[in-house]
Ligand binder design. Structure first.
Ligand code: GLU
Length: 257
């Protein structure tokens, strides 16, 4: 009888130990599956866009993603990119569809209720473009005007707060928003200076407003885990990218300030 009891206890101990082994942190799970699933923008040149020459995804955010994959998994190819619209970013993170989002994503207190962020890796600001000969020069000239934005962005929220009299027309992504702006569906298109400068690179006839109405610190969005191992690792990598000159080189490569 004693022997049987001993055996039962030993088996229970063994099973518990095995069970514990399965409890991996998010970071350990990534290492085990040996691939990073990363949510990105595909229409926000120069951060994430499909190159006309190579037909491949490129940009500042994409280079950041590749550096992280190289650091965590030993190869910048170990990534599965998942194209997301701005509005889809948070849910893709909370549902576990992606391990992280690297997509011109601003840290905001509201978003911090839902997800965690790495430390920032780039600082942008919100502004707007208008037609070159427009008589709109500052954001105060946009009172009672129609402003185009991408839905689910800080641009949308900031305009609602700062210019409540503006009529906002929202689109699901930046490409559609810019096309609508070109078609004259609004007097201005407002988003981050970074994304607007990308549209200005390929299209003439537009002018950036001089003032910025916000600071947009870009960071990597991740799920809120009990342990902070993934966030800590991302923070270490971003610190290193700043120290070893990678961020500086990437800014130069993508013509960013
Ligand atoms: N940085 C913005 C965000 O995270 C995206 C650009 C925009 O506001 O249009 O929502």
């Amino acid at each position: 009888m004693k022997k049987i009891l001993c055996l039962i206890i030993l088996s229970l101990l063994f099973l518990t130990a095995c069970g514990k082994k399965e409890e991996k942190t998010a970071f350990q799970k990534i290492i085990k599956k040996d691939v990073l699933t990363i949510g990105i923008n595909t229409d926000s040149k120069p951060f994430g866009f499909i190159s006309k020459n190579t037909n491949e995804i490129e940009g500042f955010d994409i280079d950041i993603a590749r550096y992280i994959a190289k650091d965590m998994l030993g190869s910048e190819r170990k990534i599965k990119f998942v194209p997301l619209t701005p509005n889809e970013r948070i849910e893709a993170i909370t549902s576990g569809e992606v391990d992280m989002v690297i997509a011109t994503m601003t840290i905001t207190p509201q978003r911090q209720y839902l997800i965690d962020f790495s430390k920032p890796y780039y600082f942008a600001g919100q502004t707007a473009i208008v037609e070159k000969d427009s008589n709109i020069h500052t954001f105060s000239d946009l009172k009672n005007k129609t402003i185009i934005v991408a839905l689910g962005t800080t641009a949308e929220k900031n305009i609602r707060r700062i210019i409540p009299t503006a009529r906002i027309v929202g689109y699901k992504n930046y490409k559609d928003a810019f096309t609508a702006f070109q078609q004259g569906k609004g007097e201005a298109f407002s988003t981050d200076d970074t994304i607007l400068s990308g549209f200005m690179m390929d299209n003439s006839g537009y002018r950036l407003l001089k003032n910025k109405i916000s600071q947009e610190p870009y960071a990597i969005g991740i799920k809120q885990y009990d342990d902070k191992q993934l966030k800590e690792n991302l923070d270490i990598i971003i610190t290193r990218m700043n120290k070893d000159g990678t961020i500086k080189e990437l800014k130069k490569k993508w013509h960013l300030k």
